[in-house]
Design a protein around this ligand. Sequence first.
Ligand code: CAA
Length: 259
Amino acid sequence: MEFVKVDVKDAVATITIDRPKALNALNTQVLKDIAAAFDSLDLDEVRCVILTGSGDRSFVAGADIGEMVEMDSAAGKELGRVGNKVMRDIENFPIPVIAAINGFALGGGNELAMSCDVRLASDNAIFGQPEVGLGITPGFGGTQRLARVIGNLSKAKELLYTGRNIKADQALELGLVSAVYPQEELIPAAEKMASIIAANAPVAVRNTKAAVNRGLQTDIDAAIEIEVELFGELFDTADQKEGMNAFLEKRKEKNFQNR
Ligand code: CAA
């Protein structure tokens, strides 16, 4: 992988997009490397992922404008398909993905962050979907996810139509991110959250992610059925027995086995 680094420690994988010369902009190779990085993870070992950008200025400054400038509509559609698949695969990745947004999250960068389960930001982070100023729409899910993530159609449309950027505190106010930290505290905060997630029963965390994601795609009655299935099947797992026996035996240490 040319532009992405993977580091696994204590059941937490940190995937770092590393193309600092272009503020970690997403060209075709970066997209391929991100997909390969997720594919490389051993889900028997890894229980949570942190996705971040290298350096202290940028998470991802968007899709690569130099690569897009001469594209025709066929190439644009192909790029949209490829980029959207990467985003959707992250959204559907079986274990939680925390975006640690350490600077610019513009265009495809904000779309990448929105594909993650939880967004934490540094106080210098800048968010936006500036695509209309470049003569395009957001193309990696931004027209669909922004309103869903912030739950405010008026604000989402305002940001999409004006293309204006917002700072971390405004992103927090809108619910685009869960928390904002000084730059040096961002990764430790993401690691702390990841380790708390990783200490829970992996089968339960996976089913919880699946229940939330799949349930959001359907009506409430069908969604409740999805929950019933995913809740019920856990009662055949070793981790359910371990979690409940640990409680009843007043044991703090739990030996979850991911099955
Ligand atoms: N594509 C390609 N290169 C980019 C880039 C991008 N999205 N963003 C930054 N870079 C490059 C710059 O061209 C520059 O390279 P050179 O040194 O070779 O000139 C380098 O990164 C540093 O950038 P700047 O000199 O511009 O740094 P700055 O501090 O003055 O500005 C910035 C930072 C505000 C993020 C500015 O770089 C910027 O506006 N970038 C573009 C942001 C953008 O429009 N993103 C959306 C792209 S479209 C998209 O993402 C479509 C989609 O939905 C899929």
